[in-house]
Design a protein around this ligand. Structure first.
Ligand SMILES: C[S@@+](CC[C@H](N)C(=O)[O-])C[C@H]1O[C@@H](n2cnc3c(N)ncnc32)[C@H](O)[C@@H]1O
Length: 246
């Protein structure tokens, strides 16, 4: 099945649709939880009634927070019908749309802010996603972003794709330069790698090791490994930022 924007349902279920991830985080499908969302929102200067898009809203935890605690006029968008169903059950009053980040079904200059948590690394085309963000925001509107980033060299050793935010991470310079070149100015930046470490720690606590988790989720045999193992040379971090449309 193909959603508007070309997102295709995968044959292998991506990590963010797996119950194992929801169970291990106990909330949003990413590091940092709602604490990180609150930090972004509290630094945004947004006001009740402001129109806010949750791009890649997943199962709707942040959407619920923004709709009920911050009283924004919210729209949640996501290409996954499975996660949109969960969001609809969590926040029945929310406006939800099935769409992808690279082709937003929105008019120009409408939103005061756009929240995009652990999604940019999944869209396949950061530049096009950021262009779309810029288009649908009003002048002075803000993007509130958090995501995984990578650093260190990639090796040619086998790298098992996990169907998650860690597969196609960008380095920080690529993200910040794309924002700048697309007409955004940086207002706040936070290094949040501790949140990623905390999630990894919880996974180890629950599964005995990261490899144990991937074995269950990906059906890997012992000896194979996904990210985080020595062969890849790829190191991961997590960031959050607020940038304003010039
Ligand atoms: C790691 S989850 C994060 C979900 C949510 N933002 C949260 O904080 O719980 C990534 C989300 O991005 C969505 N996604 C994947 N590809 C996308 C795309 N091309 N455009 C928009 N969203 C996408 C997934 O369906 C999933 O809901």
């Amino acid at each position: 099945m193909t959603a508007p924007g070309g997102y295709e349902e995968r044959m292998v279920q991506p990590l963010y649709e797996r119950e194992e991830l929801a169970t291990v985080t106990g909330g949003p499908l990413r590091p940092g939880g709602l604490e990180l969302t609150r930090k972004l929102l509290d630094h945004s200067g947004l006001l009740p009634g402001d129109p806010v898009l949750d791009l890649g809203c997943g199962s709707g935890f942040s959407l619920e927070l923004m709709t009920r605690a911050y009283n924004f006029v919210t729209i949640g968008m996501d290409p996954s019908s499975l996660l949109l169903d969960q969001a609809a059950r969590r926040v029945p009053e929310a406006n939800l749309l099935r769409a992808t980040a690279n082709a937003l079904p929105c008019i120009d200059g409408f939103f005061a802010a756009l929240v995009c948590e652990c999604v940019l690394s999944l869209t396949g085309d950061i530049r096009q996603t950021v262009r779309e963000m810029h288009r649908v925001l009003r002048t002075g509107g803000m993007v509130l972003l958090s995501d995984v980033y990578s650093f260190g060299k990639e090796s040619t050793a086998t790298f098992v794709r996990t169907g998650s935010c860690v597969d196609d991470t960008a380095d920080l310079a690529a993200v910040t330069q794309t924002l700048d070149a697309s007409g955004f100015e940086m207002l706040h930046f936070w290094e949040c790698t501790d949140a990623l470490k905390q999630l990894a720690g919880q996974i180890i606590f629950d599964y005995g090791s990261l490899a144990g988790f991937w074995n269950v989720v990906l059906g890997l045999s012992p000896g194979q490994c996904a990210f985080g193992c020595r062969q890849t040379g790829k190191k991961l971090g997590y960031y959050a930022l607020i940038a304003r449309k010039r």
